[in-house]
Design a binder for this molecule. Structure first.
Ligand SMILES: Nc1nc2c(ncn2[C@@H]2O[C@@H]3COP(=O)(O)O[C@H]4[C@@H](O)[C@H](n5cnc6c(=O)[nH]c(N)nc65)O[C@@H]4COP(=O)(O)O[C@H]3[C@H]2O)c(=O)[nH]1
Length: 538
């Protein structure tokens, strides 16, 4: 439940952060779109102006070629100018001027004073002329091209063409699009004026080579369109992913719940049993202890891995019942174990379980029973269970009470993943069990040996007795003997076995092992052949 809440909180936080990012992103995208639309329009305006310029150059060239004639602006030349102007749809007319005086024009029925008026307006910087001024049915934009030889060309471009161009932009995205040519502002709503209209929303702009400028203003909804497209889309995706994660989480927790149910049943049905693994003193290899390890056999002969079901048992709280079950079975098994007086019998326990008074009483009873059989009870606690400094006093108190009842406390898995040297001075242990993690590297990797040497040195300087776990080879054993390690446990000496196997083979081999330097497996093989004795294999 807590995990799910955390997951939901993390998801909500991630969605909020993503949305903030997406809102900013939408803002930047709007600006980018406005600028790039303005740039595209500016390019189209520039290309129109470029063609008009090329036309003016052509007209100027033809006019120069016409010069030797006495009347260069004859009907044929005027017709050729008109033909030139008609070749480009948005060019209404071309006029050639000598200085400010009209020399020749393609404009139909244009009176001299009309052109003069046009020139007058051009000189004050206006280049937009209403239809009436040109005797046209549409207004014009006048382009003025001066040449070095004193001739000038005027091109009258149809303003409608530019207004149409601005009007092609989607009004749902852009509130207005404005083209400024000199001091004239043409707008997408087909209005023309001498001032830039107020741009109330966000806007972008782009310059047209030659001095014109395009402005594109966002509509009031453009930002929301981005929000809808990006934020909504991403949120839908995020919601989908979250939904899948929650489903997965629910499935996992329901799997865990199902596992817990089966585990509870296995404990209630006494399916889980203790296995026994011997510990030996070094270098003599006399049996010094036995570790109790839980085993959950399945009907098909396989076993549920202990670290899997123990971890679940600790999480779900079944561990208390499981420990009770094991303690009861170990007490039942005591006669069959036939352990020599003084042998340690070690039970694994997460220390927080000791706070449970009912269970503590049960452990106390187990300790007394073992002592009655002249055995030494030991509780092995795993480091990963100790979490906070605040618990130190409480745990030390519990350890003290165990010792009062003659029960020893050992630190399990020292040097493994959860290792913290702090535990060694915060708690008093009767001995530490060093994880076999490092043994793999013995004889192969010098640095691993150094780490193990370091761990052994720490234990020795704190005057702690040591048991090294997971000894599997004679090379590892020789190394431990070399370092004067007090005791060892591992497959080299014997695997964890059921009480039946212990009674018939392994137990005898373990008890008779003192002085042997060969594997217990060999002893067990020989014992299987010759049931009468427990030879020390040589
Ligand atoms: N590779 C290798 N492994 C070796 C060798 N010799 C022994 N082992 C394995 O090493 C583990 C030693 O137990 P642990 O460190 O207390 O680690 C135990 C202990 O922390 C926990 N556990 C097992 N039984 C109980 C139990 O009854 N109660 C509690 N609370 N925890 C238990 O589960 C852990 C895993 O148990 P197991 O799978 O039985 O694994 C056991 C044992 O089977 C060896 O030579 N090589």
């Amino acid at each position: 439940m807590k995990r799910r809440l955390l997951l939901i909180l993390a998801a909500v936080g991630a969605i909020a952060a993503t949305n903030a990012g997406l809102f900013l992103f939408a803002q930047r995208s709007v600006q980018h779109e406005l600028d790039s639309t303005a740039a595209t329009l500016a390019k189209r305006v520039a290309s129109v102006q470029g063609r008009a310029r090329a036309l003016a150059d052509d007209a100027h060239r033809r006019w120069l070629a016409q010069q030797p004639q006495t009347n260069p602006c004859d009907d044929a030349f005027t017709a050729s100018l008109r033909h030139l102007a008609d070749s480009v749809p948005y060019v209404k007319g071309i006029s050639l001027l000598q200085g400010a005086t009209l020399a020749c024009t393609s404009l139909p029925d244009v009176a001299q004073e009309q052109v003069d008026r046009m020139l007058g307006r051009l000189l004050v910087g206006d280049n937009y002329l209403p239809a009436s001024a040109l005797n046209f049915n549409s207004p014009g934009l006048v382009q003025y091209y001066p040449y070095a030889d004193g001739f000038n060309v005027l091109s009258v471009l149809q303003a409608e063409y530019f207004l149409d161009l601005l009007g092609t932009q989607d009004p749902a995205r852009y509130r207005q699009v404005v083209l400024r040519v000199k001091s004239t502002y043409l707008r997408s709503d087909r209005q023309v004026g001498p001032h830039l209209p107020v741009l109330a929303h966000e806007w972008g702009s782009a310059a047209v080579p030659g001095g014109a400028q395009v402005y594109v203003e966002a509509s009031g909804t453009l930002w929301w369109q981005y929000v809808r497209d990006s934020v909504v889309t991403w949120n839908l995706i995020a919601a989908g992913v979250l939904w899948m994660l929650l489903g997965l989480c629910r499935r996992l927790t329901s799997n865990e719940r199902a596992f817990d149910r089966v585990l509870r049943k296995a404990v209630a049905g006494r399916v889980i049993v203790p296995y026994y693994q011997p510990l030996f003193d070094l270098p003599g290899q006399g049996l010094s202890g036995v570790e109790i390890l839980a085993r959950w056999p399945l009907p098909d002969g396989r076993f549920v891995p202990p670290d899997v079901f123990i971890a679940r048992a600790e999480k779900s709280g079944v561990i208390g019942d499981l420990t009770r079950l094991l303690i009861g079975r170990v007490i039942d098994d005591l006669p069959a174990l036939r352990l020599p007086p003084g042998t340690r019998l070690a039970l694994n326990l997460p220390p927080e379980l000791l706070a449970d008074e009912a269970l503590f009483a049960y452990i106390e009873h187990w300790g007394h029973t073992l002592q009655a059989h002249r055995l030494q009870p030991v509780i092995e606690v795993t480091e990963r269970s100790f979490v906070t400094i605040a618990q130190t006093d409480k745990i030390n108190d519990v350890f003290g009470r165990l010792r009062d009842h003659g029960i020893e406390v050992a630190l399990d898995d020292f040097g493994a993943e959860y290792s913290s040297l702090g535990y060694l001075h915060r708690f008093r242990f009767d001995y530490v069990k060093i994880d076999g993690l490092f043994l793999d590297g013995i004889g192969k990797r010098r640095e691993v040996e150094r780490v193990l040497d370091g761990v052994l040195n720490i234990a020795s300087s704190l005057e702690l007795k040591v048991v090294v776990e997971k000894v599997e080879t004679p090379v590892q054993l020789a190394y431990l003997n070399d370092r004067k390690v007090g005791a060892a446990q591992g497959y080299y000496f014997g695997r964890p076995v059921s009480i039946d196997v212990w009674r018939t083979e392994a137990g005898g081999c373990a008890r008779h092992r003192g002085g042997c330097d060969h594997s217990v497996a060999e002893c067990e093989q020989e014992r299987a052949i010759n049931e009468a004795s427990f030879p020390c294999p040589r």
